[in-house]
Write a protein that binds this ligand. Sequence first.
Ligand SMILES: Nc1ncnc2c1ncn2[C@@H]1O[C@H](COP(=O)(O)OP(=O)(O)OP(=O)(O)O)[C@@H](O)[C@H]1O
Ligand SMILES: [Mg+2]
Length: 361
Amino acid sequence: MSFKTADIDDLKEKINELASEKEKLFAVLSNLKEGIVVADPLNRILVVNEAASEFLNIRTNKLLRRSLKDFTENELGFFFEPLIQEKEVSDQTVVQHKSRILSFRVFFPKNQEGRLIAKGLVLRDITESQRVEELRKVFVANASHELRSPAAGLQALLDAFEVGGLENQDSRTKFMTMMNREVNRLNAIIQDLLDLSEMEREKEFAKESLDIVKLFKEWLSFYETRIQEKSLRLVFNVQEEKISLTASAADLERLFRNLMENALKYSPAGGSLEIGIKNEKTNILGWVKDSGIGIPEEHLSRIFERFYRVDKSRSRALGGTGLGLSIAKHAVERHGGKIWAESKENQGAVFYFTLPFLQGS
Ligand SMILES: Nc1ncnc2c1ncn2[C@@H]1O[C@H](COP(=O)(O)OP(=O)(O)OP(=O)(O)O)[C@@H](O)[C@H]1O
Ligand SMILES: [Mg+2]
């Protein structure tokens, strides 16, 4: 039998084509976020992409060309057993493997005659989405819990009203004061939740050119009475007359209000309070410093979390939900800035924040 040169050239071309198809396939597979393992019908492992090797925590060359059955004794058996048995698994099969949470499914492609041509395993890393889901659950639980206490307070007051404990003016006034307090508390929690959800939803938000010095002065004036009532010494530490910045006024107000409320709430009477803004060329550095109860060091990294309070009973007695600082953090971070606190127990606290002039949007 003899080949014509033309046939040989043709064959060469076909082989080259195939090789380049294979190359393409491997390039695609290695870029996939999903982990893929493919074996032939006799369980010989043909393909292991990078993601699969990472998820299963084993080097690709330790698996390639080996039999799936070689791994049934170790922890990979869990994934390989359904392939060997040709058994479907539910799409939702989720497993904790090392530090990851993986979901996996198997597939068994057949040719036109219905004969098995390969066995495949697809792995997905769902650690992050599971974590977000977990956070969401905790958030809903916390929010409901916080809403329940003023609601229960109102219910108790209404019950008392029904029983008829309000004959005289004195008890009526007391009743109204207490009702008011619970309603205010409900409103404050709802407002905080609305602020948070608005900031989370709206990735694109309106910004305008603002003079932050003027705004802070204006907002500070709302607190004059409370500052006087607490006999606090106030310093407004700003060298520049005007600092212009493109930002959301609503966010800056949320930031200012929450830091101010805390400084006032957690300071005993007779202390001092400093509000500062400084132009640092590429960004604004701002701070709110008080001489109050301070924050023990071990809590500093957690106070910006939603609902986190150093002293739950004290904070709640002062009307706190633990959302204020997470709102402030959101407001700063979505402008590309940072916020942090420095403090020691009983030695006051300073909250710093930065706001860049140029924000990558
Ligand atoms: N200036 C401060 N001095 C001392 N502790 C503070 C100060 N600011 C915040 N904290 C601590 O950090 C916790 C979280 O503050 P955050 O503002 O988020 O919640 P909150 O003030 O308790 O409630 P709210 O949602 O009403 O603001 C507070 O409960 C408090 O323990
Ligand atoms: Mg607060």
